[in-house]
Design a protein. Structure first.
Lengths: 182, 156
């Protein structure tokens, strides 16, 4: 008699709550997921050497010196400047389209020298670096349009290299002076 | 006329929800695959500055992170308020960097070791002194590819 009553109970597991369970897991992963794309300014540091490169031996016209002090002020080639003008000035200096006597002889010889104090704000430093890198990026873009008629981003790695070899990025960073350390 | 009415009168059939779990599971698997659970808790405040000339970091497994910033409120008593560096999940000093880099390096296949990038996640308010020390140590350790982490800024 008992057997027959058991038979009547259906043996199927109710799968209706499966969706709820899946939803719960889904929400857990939605909350914990961080699709953070890490972006930043890519820099290749120079290898370590005990002797500091001496930029005073270079011709003055080929060096674009940028100093950022502990008050976050900018000194470009010996005079006070603002971050906003930096990109244009750097571009002018590197490419020197009007062949001025006081700007670089050619992009190949241009050197940007960046120096900061230990008390400089990282934010200011990165802004300055960003502008200098931006100057090079814009010049590469122009060069690429001239040579290949395509944006720099769309060139093959080889062509990108050839563009970069015409306008090499030379950014030398001197050891900072110990002003304004916290 | 009556022919059509009769059919409609029978009532609408219920939409089958049997495939709902499958759809949800599909979404679930997507998120499970995409998720990278953060392995280290941030102990310093890092608010990266904004910049425009950004490049994306390619492979996550090839990146090691160095955080620099002021310790968070709950660590202030122990570690003070001046900027500190965090490697992995603990406060560290500059001298720990070579070991940290080495530990990361052994996990990376040899062919890819040249492309290892150090991502410097530095707070904007930090002064350059500590950043400079870290940079010098990285250069001495032969870790030359560095990424200054920054947020995107709209170009004017």
């Amino acid at each position: 008699m008992a057997k027959s009553s058991r038979d009547r109970v259906s043996n199927e597991i109710n799968a209706g709550s499966m969706a709820d369970i899946a939803f719960l897991l889904l929400i857990f992963f939605l909350v914990t997921t961080q699709i953070v794309e890490d972006k930043g300014i890519r820099v290749k540091l120079p290898p370590w050497s005990e002797v500091e490169p001496d930029i005073t031996k270079l011709k003055k016209r080929n060096v674009f010196s940028v100093l950022v002090n502990a008050q976050n002020q900018l000194l470009v080639r010996g005079e006070l400047a603002s971050v906003e003008d930096l990109r244009e000035r750097a571009k002018d200096f590197i490419a020197n389209p009007t062949r001025r006597e006081d700007l670089s002889e050619s992009p190949l010889k241009a050197i940007i020298s960046l120096k900061n104090d230990r008390g400089t704000n990282y934010k200011t430093y990165l802004e300055v670096y960003n502008e200098l890198k931006g100057a090079y990026n814009e010049l590469w873009e122009e060069q690429s349009q001239r040579d290949f008629g395509k944006p720099y981003e769309e060139l093959s790695i080889q062509d990108q290299r050839s563009v970069r070899s015409k306008i090499p990025l030379v950014l030398s960073e001197a050891e900072p002076t110990a002003f304004g350390e916290e | 006329m009556s022919k059509f009415k009769k059919k409609r009168g029978k009532g609408s059939p219920a939409i089958s929800t049997a495939s709902l779990p499958d759809i949800i599971f599909m979404l679930l698997f997507f998120f499970m695959v995409v998720t990278v659970l953060r392995d280290s808790e941030l102990k310093v405040n890092v608010n990266t500055p904004k910049a425009t000339e950004l490049t994306k970091l390619a492979e996550k497994s090839l990146v090691n992170y160095i955080y620099i910033g002021k310790p968070k409120d709950k660590y202030k008593e122990q570690y003070g308020t001046s900027p500190r560096m965090q490697l992995g999940d603990k406060f560290s000093i500059v001298e720990d960097i070579p070991i940290f880099l080495e530990k990361h390096k052994v996990k990376v296949p040899e062919a890819k070791q040249k492309r290892i990038t150090s991502s410097l996640r530095v707070d904007g308010e930090v002064t350059m002194g500590i950043v400079q020390d870290v940079k010098t140590k990285l250069r001495k350790s032969g870790q030359l590819i560095v990424n200054y982490s920054a947020k995107a800024r709209e170009q004017e």
